[in-house]
Design a protein around this ligand. Structure first.
Ligand code: FAD
Length: 434
């Protein structure tokens, strides 16, 4: 391709689409390249969509976006082999005119999002893999090389929205490859059931939705979580753990998923379903300390490629959309001033991102990934088992005086963790949470 673009966006996921849309809406000449057959064909997510971040890009998205269910209930399960201890929040307030969170199916949603990008005026080329960044003699990024015959394409700035692997950035030495203890490998299945069966099993009516996040012995002492999300006619179910933990333990993702599905709390929810999709994908989990350099000479990096993922709150797509939008706004400002796309000028992106919830949230939990990793045996095995035994002891009515039950429970915690262990865990958790 001979013509030069203002911006090339690599990737048509949440971050890339947000960036390309914002840039095209501002009148910039945008080329977006996506290796998949269509936007969304390669993408995996639970998936919860956070409306606020999409509203900032497409205010009337509810009119035609392919949404599944709006969430009225969130459940958190702490699981052991046969039980779960739950924390539920359900509110009719979430049955509002403009709901705050929805379940979506990424393949459908990204296709719709990509159509909006095209309508805004961007050129979107699918089935085109960017093989490397084109750099000048001084290392400035001046465009990309692709697997198409007409190979190299030039632009003033390249937005790297290539997802968690970030191979292009790594190959160009702009960032390090994510380490195995900073990424989780998640596997997910889609279980199809009649709509009314899903609504009966999850206590839903109309388009109401519920999500279940689950942690505990299901990850066998590894740092990880499971999830069950109700869509209209299917249930999305998956589990993920740190790659380094899989390496260390020899456990397999499909082995974990299989056990999760057979758990007595989970099996009745998916009984009789037909599995039509199986996917595996990485999730950035290193948090604030794993964020690479976000900009340089002629480039910025957004979304999962920049490791912008809040594993504690299970938020990723909203950070991706927000970083994509903010990067585009920064580029637009530099362009409007007719300034060159130097690292110094593009640092505006980082300044703006630092002021957003994206960096503020990740900074808040900056010590959490390391804590969860080093204490995984305790948080994902010992405590869930102790809590489950305590709950059972508390609920079972068997003639044992309550005061004796309390003593038994108390002793079981001390025996498993000791006084100093219990205080240490509480202190470390409180410090990492603040
Ligand atoms: P992606 O969505 O991964 O998009 C990257 C795009 O770049 C892809 O389309 C890819 O094909 C393309 N690409 C890559 N390399 C090239 C190349 N060389 N040339 C051209 N194109 C390329 N987040 C939430 O907010 N809510 C959830 O419920 C949730 N659940 C999740 C469940 C699972 C199992 C997983 C794996 C993730 C989940 N996430 C969730 C995280 C969320 O999916 C990501 O944070 C989000 O998709 C990141 O968007 P992105 O655009 O940065 O990357």
């Amino acid at each position: 391709i001979e013509e030069k673009f203002d911006v090339i966006v690599v990737g048509a996921g949440m971050a890339g689409n947000a960036a390309a849309l914002t840039l095209a809406q501002r009148g910039l000449k945008v080329l977006q390249l996506e290796r998949g057959e269509y936007s969304g064909s390669k993408n995996v997510q639970g998936a919860i969509l956070y409306a606020d971040m999409l509203e900032k890009l497409i205010p009337d998205f509810r009119e035609d976006a392919p949404l599944e269910r709006h969430l009225v209930e969130q459940r958190f399960w702490m699981m052991d082999g046969r039980s779960h201890t739950g924390l539920h929040y359900r509110s009719d307030d979430f049955n509002e005119e403009k709901p705050n969170r929805y379940t979506i199916i990424r393949a459908q949603f990204d296709k719709w999002f990509s159509q909006k990008v095209r309508e805004a005026g961007a050129t979107v080329l699918c089935e085109t893999t960017v093989t490397e960044l084109a750099q000048d003699a001084y290392g400035k990024v001046i465009g990309v090389r692709t697997d198409r015959v007409d190979g190299e394409i030039h632009a003033d700035v390249v937005v790297l929205a290539e997802g968690v692997n970030g191979l292009l950035g790594t190959r160009a030495h702009l960032r390090e490859r994510p380490k195995p203890d900073k990424v989780a490998l998640a596997v997910k299945e889609m279980h199809f059931l009649p709509r009314e069966t899903i609504e009966a099993r999850f206590n839903l009516k109309g388009d109401e939705g519920v999500v279940i996040e689950a942690a505990g012995t299901i990850s066998r002492g590894m740092t990880g979580m499971g999830f069950i999300y109700a869509n209209k006619e299917c249930i999305s179910l998956g589990i993920g753990c740190l790659v380094s933990d899989f390496q260390r333990t020899g456990e397999t993702p499909y082995g974990l998923l299989d056990r999760f599905k057979r758990h007595p709390s989970v099996a009745p929810l998916i009984e009789g379903s037909e599995v039509k999709e199986y996917a595996a994908h990485l999730i950035p989990e290193g948090g604030f300390k794993a964020i690479p350099q976000l900009y340089g000479e002629g480039w910025v990096v957004v979304g999962d490629a920049a490791q912008l993922n809040n594993a504690i709150h299970r938020e990723g797509s909203n950070l991706a959309m927000t970083s994509g939008r903010i990067a585009a706004e920064a580029i637009f400002q530099v362009k409007s001033r007719k300034d060159p796309m130097t690292a110094e000028n593009l640092s505006l992106y980082k300044t703006m991102l630092d002021q957003s919830f994206v960096i503020k949230d990740l900074k808040k939990y900056k010590d959490m990934p390391a804590l969860m990793h080093t204490q995984s045996q305790n948080f994902f095995l010992t405590y869930p088992e102790l809590v489950s035994k305590a709950m059972q002891n508390f609920l079972r009515v068997d003639g044992t005086p309550k005061v004796d039950k309390e003593k038994t429970t108390f002793k079981s915690f001390i025996k498993a963790r000791s006084w100093s262990g219990l205080f240490g865990d509480a202190f470390r958790l409180a410090r990492a949470w603040r």
